[in-house]
Ligand binder design. Structure first.
Ligand code: SF4
Length: 91
């Protein structure tokens, strides 16, 4: 058995604001809004690390961005220093 296939989570996840919450907020069902998870992301101390880590993920909300939002930003373009572009009404 090769145990190297499973990497430990990055150290920053120990400070993640979502660690005390139920995960469905960051993986809403189709047609449901991601704002409940995003509200936690806005005050998360590791939002930048999470956003960068999640840029290659298809599903879920990472660093306050949904998969659709990440894909709209484009791969390898402006990946650092991205501002949240969320309507005030959704915050
Ligand atoms: S930014 Fe959001 S998804 Fe990422 S660790 Fe923080 S609370 Fe969790």
């Amino acid at each position: 058995m090769n145990l190297d296939l499973v990497s430990p989570p990055p150290a920053w996840t120990e400070r993640a604001a979502c660690s005390a919450h139920y995960g469905d907020r960051w993986y809403p069902e189709h047609g449901h809004r991601a704002i409940h998870g995003k509200r936690t992301c806005f005050s998360c101390p590791v939002v930048e690390q999470c956003r960068e880590y999640g840029m290659d993920e298809f599903w879920g909300t990472w660093g306050g961005l949904t998969g659709k939002e990440r894909r709209a930003l484009g791969r390898g373009r402006g990946r650092r220093g991205i501002d949240f572009d969320i309507p005030e009404a959704d915050r």
